[in-house]
Design a protein around this ligand. Structure first.
Ligand code: GTP
Ligand code: MG
Length: 459
Protein backbone atom coordinates (compact mmCIF):
# COMPACT_ATOMS: atom_id res chain seq x y z
CA UNK A 1 0.00 0.00 0.00
CA UNK A 2 1.63 3.28 -1.03
CA UNK A 3 1.61 6.23 1.27
CA UNK A 4 -1.32 7.96 -0.41
CA UNK A 5 -3.47 4.81 -0.30
CA UNK A 6 -2.55 4.29 3.30
CA UNK A 7 -3.47 7.81 4.13
CA UNK A 8 -6.76 7.44 2.26
CA UNK A 9 -7.57 4.25 4.16
CA UNK A 10 -6.74 5.80 7.49
CA UNK A 11 -8.61 8.91 6.47
CA UNK A 12 -11.75 6.85 5.89
CA UNK A 13 -11.59 5.43 9.40
CA UNK A 14 -10.87 8.83 10.80
CA UNK A 15 -13.73 10.56 9.12
CA UNK A 16 -16.31 7.98 10.17
CA UNK A 17 -15.22 8.05 13.77
CA UNK A 18 -13.58 11.26 14.80
CA UNK A 19 -15.08 13.67 12.31
CA UNK A 20 -18.69 14.29 12.70
CA UNK A 21 -20.02 11.72 10.21
CA UNK A 22 -23.25 10.82 11.87
CA UNK A 23 -26.38 12.90 11.79
CA UNK A 24 -29.65 12.29 13.58
CA UNK A 25 -32.63 14.08 12.10
CA UNK A 26 -35.95 14.23 13.93
CA UNK A 27 -39.11 14.59 11.87
CA UNK A 28 -42.16 15.70 13.75
CA UNK A 29 -45.44 17.54 13.40
CA UNK A 30 -48.94 17.27 14.74
CA UNK A 31 -50.94 14.25 13.70
CA UNK A 32 -51.71 14.15 9.98
CA UNK A 33 -49.18 16.88 9.20
CA UNK A 34 -47.39 14.63 6.70
CA UNK A 35 -44.48 13.02 8.62
CA UNK A 36 -44.84 9.57 7.08
CA UNK A 37 -45.16 10.93 3.54
CA UNK A 38 -42.18 13.20 4.19
CA UNK A 39 -39.81 10.48 5.39
CA UNK A 40 -40.92 8.11 2.64
CA UNK A 41 -40.18 10.77 0.02
CA UNK A 42 -36.95 11.94 1.67
CA UNK A 43 -35.51 8.43 1.68
CA UNK A 44 -36.65 7.78 -1.88
CA UNK A 45 -35.09 11.06 -3.07
CA UNK A 46 -31.79 10.12 -1.40
CA UNK A 47 -31.70 6.55 -2.71
CA UNK A 48 -33.39 6.72 -6.14
CA UNK A 49 -34.05 10.35 -6.98
CA UNK A 50 -30.49 11.68 -6.95
CA UNK A 51 -30.54 13.25 -10.41
CA UNK A 52 -29.79 16.94 -10.94
CA UNK A 53 -33.07 17.62 -12.74
CA UNK A 54 -35.00 16.07 -9.84
CA UNK A 55 -33.04 17.79 -7.04
CA UNK A 56 -31.65 20.94 -8.69
CA UNK A 57 -31.08 22.85 -5.42
CA UNK A 58 -29.30 20.02 -3.61
CA UNK A 59 -25.68 21.06 -4.13
CA UNK A 60 -24.03 17.66 -3.76
CA UNK A 61 -26.30 16.26 -6.49
CA UNK A 62 -26.12 19.29 -8.76
CA UNK A 63 -22.34 19.26 -8.52
CA UNK A 64 -22.40 15.53 -9.37
CA UNK A 65 -20.54 14.62 -6.18
CA UNK A 66 -23.30 12.42 -4.80
CA UNK A 67 -22.49 8.71 -5.15
CA UNK A 68 -25.77 7.34 -3.78
CA UNK A 69 -27.60 6.40 -0.62
CA UNK A 70 -28.63 3.01 0.72
CA UNK A 71 -30.52 1.74 3.71
CA UNK A 72 -28.35 0.65 6.62
CA UNK A 73 -28.99 -2.50 8.66
CA UNK A 74 -31.77 -1.75 11.15
CA UNK A 75 -31.08 -1.65 14.88
CA UNK A 76 -32.78 -4.62 16.44
CA UNK A 77 -34.16 -2.81 19.47
CA UNK A 78 -35.60 0.23 17.67
CA UNK A 79 -38.96 0.30 15.85
CA UNK A 80 -38.20 0.53 12.13
CA UNK A 81 -39.91 3.07 9.88
CA UNK A 82 -42.15 1.02 7.51
CA UNK A 83 -40.66 2.35 4.26
CA UNK A 84 -41.49 -0.66 2.08
CA UNK A 85 -45.13 -0.82 3.20
CA UNK A 86 -45.50 2.89 2.51
CA UNK A 87 -44.08 2.52 -1.00
CA UNK A 88 -46.43 -0.43 -1.60
CA UNK A 89 -49.41 1.75 -0.69
CA UNK A 90 -48.36 4.30 -3.31
CA UNK A 91 -48.03 1.52 -5.92
CA UNK A 92 -51.57 0.24 -5.52
CA UNK A 93 -54.20 0.81 -8.18
CA UNK A 94 -55.59 3.28 -7.36
CA UNK A 95 -52.69 4.53 -5.22
CA UNK A 96 -53.41 5.20 -1.56
CA UNK A 97 -51.60 7.23 1.09
CA UNK A 98 -49.49 5.31 3.61
CA UNK A 99 -51.44 4.62 6.80
CA UNK A 100 -51.38 6.80 9.89
CA UNK A 101 -48.73 5.83 12.43
CA UNK A 102 -48.40 5.74 16.20
CA UNK A 103 -45.34 6.20 18.35
CA UNK A 104 -41.82 6.62 17.09
CA UNK A 105 -39.68 4.82 14.53
CA UNK A 106 -36.33 5.18 12.89
CA UNK A 107 -34.64 4.48 9.57
CA UNK A 108 -30.90 4.60 8.99
CA UNK A 109 -29.13 5.41 5.73
CA UNK A 110 -25.57 5.64 4.50
CA UNK A 111 -24.89 8.42 2.03
CA UNK A 112 -21.76 8.37 -0.14
CA UNK A 113 -20.32 11.40 -1.83
CA UNK A 114 -17.13 13.01 -3.00
CA UNK A 115 -16.05 15.81 -0.70
CA UNK A 116 -15.75 19.12 -2.51
CA UNK A 117 -12.71 20.47 -0.74
CA UNK A 118 -10.70 20.39 2.46
CA UNK A 119 -8.91 17.56 4.23
CA UNK A 120 -11.59 15.02 3.45
CA UNK A 121 -11.37 15.65 -0.30
CA UNK A 122 -7.63 15.07 -0.19
CA UNK A 123 -7.67 12.00 2.00
CA UNK A 124 -10.61 10.11 0.58
CA UNK A 125 -11.90 9.26 -2.85
CA UNK A 126 -15.32 8.97 -1.28
CA UNK A 127 -16.81 10.05 2.01
CA UNK A 128 -19.73 8.63 3.92
CA UNK A 129 -22.38 10.19 6.11
CA UNK A 130 -24.52 7.99 8.34
CA UNK A 131 -28.01 9.34 8.71
CA UNK A 132 -30.68 8.35 11.22
CA UNK A 133 -34.16 9.67 10.56
CA UNK A 134 -36.50 9.57 13.52
CA UNK A 135 -40.26 9.92 13.20
CA UNK A 136 -42.08 10.90 16.42
CA UNK A 137 -45.45 12.51 17.13
CA UNK A 138 -45.46 16.28 17.65
CA UNK A 139 -48.02 15.65 20.39
CA UNK A 140 -45.16 14.42 22.57
CA UNK A 141 -43.52 17.86 22.38
CA UNK A 142 -46.72 19.44 23.62
CA UNK A 143 -46.04 17.73 26.94
CA UNK A 144 -42.91 19.75 27.71
CA UNK A 145 -44.77 22.66 29.34
CA UNK A 146 -46.28 20.22 31.85
CA UNK A 147 -42.86 20.17 33.51
CA UNK A 148 -43.48 23.75 34.60
CA UNK A 149 -47.13 23.33 35.61
CA UNK A 150 -48.41 21.73 38.80
CA UNK A 151 -51.30 19.30 38.45
CA UNK A 152 -53.71 22.00 39.61
CA UNK A 153 -52.34 24.52 37.12
CA UNK A 154 -52.66 21.94 34.34
CA UNK A 155 -56.34 21.39 35.28
CA UNK A 156 -56.94 25.13 35.02
CA UNK A 157 -55.13 25.35 31.70
CA UNK A 158 -57.08 22.39 30.29
CA UNK A 159 -60.50 23.67 31.25
CA UNK A 160 -59.73 27.09 29.82
CA UNK A 161 -58.87 25.37 26.57
CA UNK A 162 -62.00 23.20 26.69
CA UNK A 163 -64.13 26.35 27.01
CA UNK A 164 -63.16 27.47 23.48
CA UNK A 165 -65.97 27.47 20.93
CA UNK A 166 -64.78 24.47 18.89
CA UNK A 167 -64.28 22.34 22.02
CA UNK A 168 -66.97 23.38 24.45
CA UNK A 169 -69.80 21.14 23.32
CA UNK A 170 -67.54 18.14 22.95
CA UNK A 171 -66.17 18.57 26.48
CA UNK A 172 -69.58 19.13 28.12
CA UNK A 173 -70.43 15.43 28.84
CA UNK A 174 -67.04 14.86 30.47
CA UNK A 175 -67.50 17.98 32.60
CA UNK A 176 -70.90 16.65 33.66
CA UNK A 177 -69.44 13.24 34.47
CA UNK A 178 -66.71 14.83 36.62
CA UNK A 179 -69.30 16.92 38.45
CA UNK A 180 -71.19 13.77 39.35
CA UNK A 181 -68.16 12.22 41.09
CA UNK A 182 -67.40 12.79 44.76
CA UNK A 183 -63.57 13.21 44.89
CA UNK A 184 -63.60 12.29 48.59
CA UNK A 185 -65.06 8.86 47.88
CA UNK A 186 -64.12 7.98 44.32
CA UNK A 187 -63.72 4.26 43.69
CA UNK A 188 -61.08 2.52 41.58
CA UNK A 189 -63.80 1.71 39.06
CA UNK A 190 -64.72 5.39 38.79
CA UNK A 191 -61.07 6.26 38.24
CA UNK A 192 -60.92 3.74 35.41
CA UNK A 193 -64.16 4.98 33.88
CA UNK A 194 -63.09 8.61 34.03
CA UNK A 195 -59.71 7.77 32.47
CA UNK A 196 -61.46 5.88 29.69
CA UNK A 197 -63.90 8.77 29.13
CA UNK A 198 -61.06 11.30 29.05
CA UNK A 199 -59.22 9.16 26.51
CA UNK A 200 -62.35 9.13 24.39
CA UNK A 201 -62.66 12.88 24.80
CA UNK A 202 -59.09 13.30 23.55
CA UNK A 203 -59.90 11.01 20.62
CA UNK A 204 -62.91 13.15 19.80
CA UNK A 205 -60.81 16.30 19.98
CA UNK A 206 -58.28 14.55 17.78
CA UNK A 207 -60.99 14.13 15.12
CA UNK A 208 -62.11 17.73 15.52
CA UNK A 209 -60.56 20.07 12.96
CA UNK A 210 -58.42 22.60 14.76
CA UNK A 211 -58.19 20.87 18.15
CA UNK A 212 -54.43 20.34 18.07
CA UNK A 213 -53.46 20.77 21.66
CA UNK A 214 -54.19 17.53 23.46
CA UNK A 215 -52.43 16.65 26.68
CA UNK A 216 -51.02 14.43 27.95
CA UNK A 217 -49.63 13.32 24.59
CA UNK A 218 -49.15 9.70 25.61
CA UNK A 219 -52.82 9.30 26.42
CA UNK A 220 -53.58 9.94 22.78
CA UNK A 221 -50.48 8.28 21.32
CA UNK A 222 -49.43 5.87 24.10
CA UNK A 223 -46.48 4.27 22.29
CA UNK A 224 -45.30 1.41 24.49
CA UNK A 225 -47.01 2.78 27.58
CA UNK A 226 -50.57 1.64 26.90
CA UNK A 227 -52.13 0.44 30.16
CA UNK A 228 -49.48 1.91 32.49
CA UNK A 229 -51.17 3.11 35.74
CA UNK A 230 -49.69 6.61 35.47
CA UNK A 231 -51.74 7.02 32.30
CA UNK A 232 -54.77 7.07 34.57
CA UNK A 233 -54.62 10.80 34.22
CA UNK A 234 -57.16 13.48 33.44
CA UNK A 235 -57.78 17.08 34.48
CA UNK A 236 -60.29 17.42 37.32
CA UNK A 237 -62.50 20.50 37.19
CA UNK A 238 -60.43 23.36 38.72
CA UNK A 239 -62.67 23.55 41.80
CA UNK A 240 -62.15 19.81 42.41
CA UNK A 241 -58.40 20.03 41.75
CA UNK A 242 -57.99 22.89 44.19
CA UNK A 243 -59.61 21.00 47.09
CA UNK A 244 -57.55 18.26 48.76
CA UNK A 245 -59.13 14.83 48.27
CA UNK A 246 -57.97 11.24 47.77
CA UNK A 247 -58.84 11.53 44.07
CA UNK A 248 -56.98 14.79 43.45
CA UNK A 249 -53.99 13.43 45.42
CA UNK A 250 -53.91 10.29 43.37
CA UNK A 251 -54.16 12.15 40.07
CA UNK A 252 -51.44 14.56 41.16
CA UNK A 253 -49.23 11.53 41.90
CA UNK A 254 -49.92 10.05 38.48
CA UNK A 255 -49.21 13.44 36.94
CA UNK A 256 -45.86 13.67 38.71
CA UNK A 257 -44.88 10.19 37.75
CA UNK A 258 -45.89 10.87 34.13
CA UNK A 259 -43.58 13.89 34.14
CA UNK A 260 -40.77 11.91 35.73
CA UNK A 261 -41.09 8.65 33.81
CA UNK A 262 -42.39 9.84 30.45
CA UNK A 263 -41.64 13.47 29.69
CA UNK A 264 -38.12 13.73 31.10
CA UNK A 265 -36.87 10.41 29.68
CA UNK A 266 -38.32 11.34 26.26
CA UNK A 267 -36.24 14.50 26.20
CA UNK A 268 -33.20 12.82 27.66
CA UNK A 269 -33.20 9.66 25.54
CA UNK A 270 -34.62 10.70 22.19
CA UNK A 271 -34.73 14.42 21.84
CA UNK A 272 -31.29 15.25 23.26
CA UNK A 273 -29.61 13.03 20.67
CA UNK A 274 -31.05 14.89 17.67
CA UNK A 275 -28.80 17.10 15.55
CA UNK A 276 -31.45 18.55 13.27
CA UNK A 277 -35.21 18.80 13.41
CA UNK A 278 -37.88 19.06 10.73
CA UNK A 279 -41.31 20.24 11.91
CA UNK A 280 -44.16 19.83 9.46
CA UNK A 281 -47.12 22.17 9.72
CA UNK A 282 -50.32 21.68 7.76
CA UNK A 283 -51.40 25.33 7.56
CA UNK A 284 -53.86 24.76 4.71
CA UNK A 285 -56.01 22.28 6.68
CA UNK A 286 -56.09 24.76 9.56
CA UNK A 287 -57.35 27.46 7.18
CA UNK A 288 -60.01 25.04 5.93
CA UNK A 289 -61.11 24.42 9.54
CA UNK A 290 -61.56 28.10 10.44
CA UNK A 291 -60.40 30.76 12.82
CA UNK A 292 -60.37 28.75 16.04
CA UNK A 293 -58.25 26.13 14.29
CA UNK A 294 -55.66 28.64 13.11
CA UNK A 295 -55.44 30.21 16.59
CA UNK A 296 -54.99 26.85 18.24
CA UNK A 297 -52.37 25.85 15.66
CA UNK A 298 -50.46 28.97 16.62
CA UNK A 299 -50.77 28.12 20.30
CA UNK A 300 -49.62 24.53 19.70
CA UNK A 301 -46.63 25.73 17.65
CA UNK A 302 -45.75 28.06 20.47
CA UNK A 303 -45.65 25.15 22.89
CA UNK A 304 -43.73 22.99 20.42
CA UNK A 305 -41.18 25.76 19.97
CA UNK A 306 -40.42 25.72 23.67
CA UNK A 307 -38.62 22.46 22.96
CA UNK A 308 -36.10 24.37 20.87
CA UNK A 309 -35.46 27.22 23.25
CA UNK A 310 -33.03 26.11 25.82
CA UNK A 311 -31.47 29.19 27.24
CA UNK A 312 -30.25 29.04 30.82
CA UNK A 313 -33.68 29.85 32.24
CA UNK A 314 -35.70 27.43 30.10
CA UNK A 315 -37.08 24.11 31.25
CA UNK A 316 -34.85 22.26 28.80
CA UNK A 317 -31.79 24.25 29.77
CA UNK A 318 -32.35 23.14 33.35
CA UNK A 319 -32.89 19.53 32.32
CA UNK A 320 -30.00 19.02 29.90
CA UNK A 321 -28.58 20.55 26.76
CA UNK A 322 -29.93 19.29 23.47
CA UNK A 323 -27.66 19.57 20.45
CA UNK A 324 -30.15 20.59 17.76
CA UNK A 325 -28.45 23.12 15.53
CA UNK A 326 -30.99 23.55 12.73
CA UNK A 327 -34.77 23.51 12.79
CA UNK A 328 -36.73 23.48 9.56
CA UNK A 329 -40.39 24.45 9.66
CA UNK A 330 -42.07 23.20 6.53
CA UNK A 331 -45.60 24.09 5.46
CA UNK A 332 -46.59 20.66 4.14
CA UNK A 333 -48.95 19.68 1.29
CA UNK A 334 -48.19 22.88 -0.66
CA UNK A 335 -49.42 21.03 -3.76
CA UNK A 336 -52.98 21.71 -2.50
CA UNK A 337 -52.40 25.31 -3.65
CA UNK A 338 -51.19 26.67 -6.99
CA UNK A 339 -47.43 27.35 -7.17
CA UNK A 340 -47.67 31.16 -7.17
CA UNK A 341 -49.37 30.88 -3.73
CA UNK A 342 -46.43 29.07 -2.13
CA UNK A 343 -44.68 32.30 -1.19
CA UNK A 344 -47.79 33.42 0.70
CA UNK A 345 -47.98 30.02 2.40
CA UNK A 346 -44.40 30.39 3.66
CA UNK A 347 -45.16 33.91 4.90
CA UNK A 348 -48.24 32.62 6.68
CA UNK A 349 -46.18 29.93 8.39
CA UNK A 350 -43.59 32.51 9.37
CA UNK A 351 -46.32 34.64 10.85
CA UNK A 352 -47.67 31.71 12.82
CA UNK A 353 -44.17 31.25 14.23
CA UNK A 354 -43.30 34.89 14.68
CA UNK A 355 -44.83 35.43 18.06
CA UNK A 356 -43.29 32.33 19.63
CA UNK A 357 -39.90 33.04 18.02
CA UNK A 358 -39.95 36.58 19.34
CA UNK A 359 -40.70 35.35 22.81
CA UNK A 360 -37.75 33.01 22.88
CA UNK A 361 -35.02 34.53 24.98
CA UNK A 362 -32.23 32.57 23.48
CA UNK A 363 -32.27 31.01 20.06
CA UNK A 364 -29.81 28.15 20.17
CA UNK A 365 -30.72 26.70 16.78
CA UNK A 366 -31.01 28.40 13.40
CA UNK A 367 -34.44 28.14 11.84
CA UNK A 368 -35.83 28.26 8.32
CA UNK A 369 -39.36 28.10 6.91
CA UNK A 370 -40.45 26.86 3.50
CA UNK A 371 -43.46 25.42 1.68
CA UNK A 372 -43.10 21.87 0.42
CA UNK A 373 -44.97 18.83 -0.81
CA UNK A 374 -43.18 15.61 0.07
CA UNK A 375 -45.35 13.61 -2.35
CA UNK A 376 -46.89 15.94 -4.91
CA UNK A 377 -50.43 14.80 -5.69
CA UNK A 378 -51.39 17.54 -8.14
CA UNK A 379 -50.14 18.89 -11.43
CA UNK A 380 -50.12 22.62 -11.93
CA UNK A 381 -50.98 24.50 -15.08
CA UNK A 382 -53.19 27.25 -16.48
CA UNK A 383 -56.72 27.47 -17.83
CA UNK A 384 -58.02 30.28 -20.01
CA UNK A 385 -60.71 32.33 -18.29
CA UNK A 386 -62.08 35.25 -20.34
CA UNK A 387 -58.93 35.22 -22.43
CA UNK A 388 -56.68 35.31 -19.37
CA UNK A 389 -54.44 32.49 -18.18
CA UNK A 390 -55.62 31.51 -14.71
CA UNK A 391 -53.39 29.21 -12.59
CA UNK A 392 -54.96 25.89 -11.63
CA UNK A 393 -54.10 22.46 -10.32
CA UNK A 394 -55.44 19.08 -11.36
CA UNK A 395 -55.57 15.89 -9.39
CA UNK A 396 -57.85 13.13 -8.17
CA UNK A 397 -60.13 13.93 -5.24
CA UNK A 398 -60.65 11.62 -2.29
CA UNK A 399 -63.85 10.27 -3.90
CA UNK A 400 -61.98 9.39 -7.11
CA UNK A 401 -63.33 12.37 -9.06
CA UNK A 402 -60.90 14.05 -11.50
CA UNK A 403 -60.51 17.70 -10.53
CA UNK A 404 -59.10 20.77 -12.26
CA UNK A 405 -59.57 23.92 -10.25
CA UNK A 406 -58.12 27.04 -8.67
CA UNK A 407 -58.10 26.26 -4.94
CA UNK A 408 -58.00 29.93 -4.00
CA UNK A 409 -55.49 32.35 -2.61
CA UNK A 410 -53.44 31.61 0.48
CA UNK A 411 -53.46 34.58 2.87
CA UNK A 412 -49.91 35.78 3.52
CA UNK A 413 -51.01 37.07 6.93
CA UNK A 414 -53.14 35.50 9.63
CA UNK A 415 -56.68 36.31 8.56
CA UNK A 416 -58.89 38.15 11.01
CA UNK A 417 -61.71 36.17 12.62
CA UNK A 418 -64.26 38.02 10.46
CA UNK A 419 -62.57 36.81 7.24
CA UNK A 420 -63.62 33.28 8.08
CA UNK A 421 -67.26 34.36 8.33
CA UNK A 422 -67.17 35.74 4.81
CA UNK A 423 -64.90 33.22 3.15
CA UNK A 424 -64.54 29.47 3.33
CA UNK A 425 -61.09 28.15 2.46
CA UNK A 426 -61.16 24.96 0.41
CA UNK A 427 -57.77 23.34 -0.07
CA UNK A 428 -59.05 19.89 -0.96
CA UNK A 429 -57.34 16.63 -0.02
CA UNK A 430 -56.14 14.63 -3.02
CA UNK A 431 -55.22 11.05 -3.79
CA UNK A 432 -51.58 10.40 -4.59
CA UNK A 433 -50.63 10.28 -8.29
CA UNK A 434 -50.05 6.79 -9.75
CA UNK A 435 -46.49 5.69 -8.99
CA UNK A 436 -44.35 2.70 -9.98
CA UNK A 437 -41.41 1.29 -8.06
CA UNK A 438 -38.10 2.99 -8.81
CA UNK A 439 -39.79 5.95 -10.44
CA UNK A 440 -39.08 9.36 -9.02
CA UNK A 441 -41.55 10.52 -6.39
CA UNK A 442 -42.89 13.88 -7.56
CA UNK A 443 -42.33 16.58 -4.95
CA UNK A 444 -42.21 20.28 -4.31
CA UNK A 445 -38.93 21.63 -2.90
CA UNK A 446 -37.61 18.46 -1.30
CA UNK A 447 -34.26 19.52 -2.83
CA UNK A 448 -34.40 22.73 -0.74
CA UNK A 449 -35.20 20.62 2.32
CA UNK A 450 -32.23 18.32 1.67
CA UNK A 451 -29.91 21.25 1.08
CA UNK A 452 -30.94 22.93 4.32
CA UNK A 453 -30.72 19.88 6.56
CA UNK A 454 -27.85 17.99 4.90
CA UNK A 455 -26.03 20.36 2.53
CA UNK A 456 -23.35 21.52 4.98
CA UNK A 457 -22.56 17.92 5.97
CA UNK A 458 -22.01 16.83 2.37
CA UNK A 459 -19.47 19.45 1.36
N1 GTP B 1 -51.34 16.37 -1.45
C1 GTP B 1 -50.54 15.94 -0.50
N2 GTP B 1 -51.08 15.32 0.56
C2 GTP B 1 -50.23 14.89 1.52
C3 GTP B 1 -48.82 15.05 1.44
N3 GTP B 1 -48.28 14.52 2.55
C4 GTP B 1 -49.29 14.04 3.29
N4 GTP B 1 -50.48 14.25 2.67
C5 GTP B 1 -51.85 13.94 3.14
O1 GTP B 1 -51.85 14.02 4.56
C6 GTP B 1 -52.24 12.76 5.12
C7 GTP B 1 -51.42 12.50 6.36
O2 GTP B 1 -50.08 12.32 5.99
P1 GTP B 1 -49.10 11.42 6.84
O3 GTP B 1 -47.77 11.44 6.16
O4 GTP B 1 -49.69 10.10 7.16
O5 GTP B 1 -49.06 12.31 8.15
P2 GTP B 1 -48.47 11.91 9.58
O6 GTP B 1 -47.98 13.19 10.16
O7 GTP B 1 -47.47 10.81 9.44
O8 GTP B 1 -49.78 11.43 10.31
P3 GTP B 1 -49.90 10.52 11.65
O9 GTP B 1 -48.97 9.35 11.49
O10 GTP B 1 -51.33 10.15 11.67
O11 GTP B 1 -49.50 11.42 12.76
C8 GTP B 1 -51.98 11.73 4.00
O12 GTP B 1 -52.79 10.61 4.17
C9 GTP B 1 -52.33 12.56 2.78
O13 GTP B 1 -53.72 12.59 2.61
C10 GTP B 1 -48.29 15.74 0.31
O14 GTP B 1 -47.07 15.96 0.15
N5 GTP B 1 -49.20 16.16 -0.62
MG1 MG C 1 -47.27 9.02 10.36
Amino acid sequence: MDLLNKLQHQGHELTSRALDRHLRIGVTGLSGSGKTAFITSLVQQLTVGDQPDNLPFFDVVRQQRYLGGRLAAPLLDVPRFPLEANLRALQQTPPIWPPSTQGWSQLSLKLRYKAASGLRAHLQSRSELALDIIDYPGEWLLDLPLLDLSYTQWCEFSWQLFAKTHRKDIAAPFAALLSSVDPQNATELQLQTLTEQYKQLLQQFHQTPGAYLNQPGRLLVPGTLAGAPMLQLFPLLPVQANAASPLSNKLAQHYDSYRKHVIKPFYQQHFSGLDRQVILVDCLSALNAGHAAVSELQQALQLILQSFNYGPSSILGRLFKPSISKVLFAASKADHATPEQHKALTLLLQQLLQQPLKQSQYQAATTEAMSIAAIRASKSGFVQVDGLAQPCISGVGINAQALTYFPGEVPAKLPAASTFNQHKFGFLPLRPLPWQENQLIPHVRMDHVLQYILGDKLR
